[in-house]
Design a binder for this molecule. Structure first.
Ligand SMILES: CC(=O)N[C@H]1[C@@H](OP(=O)(O)OP(=O)(O)OC[C@H]2O[C@@H](n3ccc(=O)[nH]c3=O)[C@H](O)[C@@H]2O)O[C@H](CO)[C@@H](O)[C@@H]1O[C@H](C)C(=O)N[C@@H](C)C(=O)N[C@H](CCC(=O)O)C(=O)O
Ligand SMILES: Nc1ncnc2c1ncn2[C@@H]1O[C@H](COP(=O)(O)OP(=O)(O)OP(=O)(O)O)[C@@H](O)[C@H]1O
Length: 509
């Protein structure tokens, strides 16, 4: 493609050389240059890309985009811009044929619930006859095409290339998670959003953003800057969770009309009556386009919030309520997020990737709200990772469960028993009874609240399924959709879902 074509959408300050040269690839990394590449020299936190211009040109870069003309190469076409990252995002969109300009694009940002909400919206769009690609933490995928996710929201060149590939595979719409890092670094600036969703904001990523205000500010960019009406997309909408304490501040900055949603906030999209039980969520949702009844298999109050977000997005796109309802009711669970493992014993067995104290607390609090029987939790803490969280997770699991079984979760090069000893440090002060696996195997009817230490994860899952009774909830926490256990430096195949299914196969009563 001619450089002139890629340059057309951006206001640049200076061009030296020829616009007629052919560009065959884009990159901001001098280590990835092949002949014909347009190299973007970006200023980073660890390095300044301007230092690598000479190397990029030597390796065959056809042209360079830079901010500092003092670093311009003498023997190569260069373009000076005021903001390299913003320019790169727009030029990447042009290079890949602007895949989001003529297809609906829904972006969701927030600390929690992004992945789940993208899956719900995918189901709604499918029911409306718009097969959609989904881009986020798990993968970038459409039908049989799956691109491994390097990050939740990748660099703009990678993002636009993924859009192109997924559109060519047949995607008629896109649903994507938009991380705060991406918004700050303008990775999504070449995206033509139709709907932007704000789910919530809680303390996270402050190592990068510094303060909550800066973190909020990054999120606000999606609404204040990337949802401004354009000729291609004149009627953009924001869907904002007004239950969240930051919701109103995000709504205030939106450059387009806002649809407010909330469980408690009396907004445009809200439940008028709802039941949240161990079987799922059901009730009636009111929207500006009318009301509908629904029943979802998703569990817990936070998933009602995710459902409302997806409904608000459907309403923002003017989709029929029948499609919105069908999408929510037909939606399969998100891999590894409170994913059910079927069984014939009346036990609610759930696999969830909660592997931090906060996540474990949230999942257990949600499950306690809906539990009618006992709550049995299998959990562990990774080796070669923050040891500080081990006693914290032990305390949370033991305190909030009727029976907590501490086991291994990627011990890596550490001694699994030493990790368990640190987990136990958080449990011992609670004065909760410790059982041995043998004791529980011999007397499965033991009912007193307690905990067990059992290093072998397979044995821990087998013990838990054997002890669980009809009406109990069994949570297998930590791995979620991961299908491995890292012991030493070897990755062994291990999938909690497969293990639980096999264990139920052996259970007799
Ligand atoms: C913290 C962060 O987001 N950093 C991103 C940032 O890095 P940086 O500013 O430190 O870059 P740098 O290392 O200083 O280099 C500056 C420039 O010189 C280039 N360079 C560098 C060395 C060299 O030899 N040649 C060369 O050309 C680099 O490619 C870069 O363009 O710019 C780089 C290039 O665009 C990104 O690759 C890098 O993402 C890193 C890999 C990353 O891990 N980011 C994570 C934290 C992230 O984005 N996470 C979010 C959120 C996930 C969540 O919600 O949990 C995500 O969307 O995944
Ligand atoms: N709306 C919500 N509010 C609070 N917590 C939530 C919400 N939705 C999901 N969660 C919790 O966060 C976990 C992760 O959910 P999900 O993957 O949908 O979020 P995410 O924003 O994509 O996070 P990540 O990028 O870490 O995957 C869930 O297992 C659940 O415990």
């Amino acid at each position: 493609m001619k450089l002139a074509h890629i340059l057309a959408p951006i206001p640049y300050a200076e061009l030296h050389g020829s616009e007629a040269i052919e560009i065959t690839a884009l990159s901001c990394d001098s280590r990835q240059i092949k002949p014909g590449t347009l190299f973007f020299a970006l200023r980073g936190t660890a390095a300044d890309g301007h230092r690598f211009i000479r190397q990029a040109v030597q390796d065959g870069a056809a042209a360079v985009v830079l901010e500092d003309a003092a670093c311009a190469p003498a023997d190569c076409t260069w373009i000076r811009v005021t903001d390299g990252r913003a320019a790169m995002a727009r030029m990447a969109a042009a290079f890949y044929g602007n895949p989001t300009a003529d297809r609906p694009l829904i972006g969701i940002t927030g600390t929690n619930g992004k992945t789940t909400t993208t899956y719900l919206i995918e189901a709604i769009l499918a029911a409306a006859g718009l097969p959609a690609a989904v881009l986020g933490t798990i993968s970038y995928r459409f039908g049989a095409t799956t691109i491994e996710a390097s990050r939740t929201t990748p660099e703009s060149t990678e993002l636009q290339a993924a859009f192109r590939q997924l559109a060519d595979a047949g995607a008629q719409a896109f649903v994507m998670e938009v991380s705060s890092h991406a918004l700050e670094q303008k990775r999504a600036d070449g995206c033509h959003f139709d709907v932007g969703i704000f789910s919530n904001l809680t303390r996270d990523h402050l190592d990068y953003h510094g303060t909550m205000e800066e973190y909020l500010h990054a999120k606000q960019r999606l609404f204040a800057e990337l949802l401004q009406p354009t000729a291609a997309k004149p009627s953009r909408r924001a869907a904002i969770n007004m239950d969240d304490s930051y919701g109103a501040r995000v709504a205030d900055t939106a450059a387009c009309p806002v649809i407010g949603y909330g469980i408690d906030y009396p907004g445009d999209v809200r439940p008028v009556e709802v039941a949240i039980t161990v079987n799922g969520i059901s009730g009636t949702i009111r929207t500006p386009a009318g009301e509908f009844r629904f029943a979802s298999k998703l569990l817990g109050r936070f998933n009602l919030s995710n459902i409302l977000a997806a409904v608000a997005a459907g309403v923002a796109l003017d989709l029929p309520l029948t499609a919105i309802k069908a999408g929510i009711e037909g939606h399969a669970t998100v891999p590894g997020r409170l994913e059910r493992v079927g069984n014939t014993f009346g036990i609610t067995c759930l696999v969830d990737y909660a592997h931090t104290g906060d996540a474990l607390y949230n999942v257990l609090a949600t499950l306690k709200e809906i539990a009618t029987g006992r709550l049995i939790t299998v959990f562990g803490c990774g080796g070669d990772r923050d040891p500080g969280k081990r006693p914290i997770m032990g305390k949370i699991a033991a305190e909030m469960s009727d029976l907590a079984i501490a086991t291994s979760d990627n011990p890596r090069t550490e001694d699994p028993l030493a990790i368990l000893a640190q987990v136990k440090e958080g449990i011992t002060p609670l004065g909760i009874r410790e059982y041995t696996p043998e004791e529980l195997t011999a007397r499965p009817a033991l009912d007193e609240k307690g905990f067990v230490m059992l290093e072998n994860r397979r044995a821990a899952i087998r013990l838990a399924t054997r002890l669980a009774r009809p009406g109990d909830i069994l949570l297998l926490a930590g791995k979620g959709h991961e299908d491995y256990q890292i012991i030493g430096t070897t990755k062994h195949h291990f999938d909690d879902r497969e293990e639980a299914a096999a264990a139920f196969g052996e259970k007799t009563a």
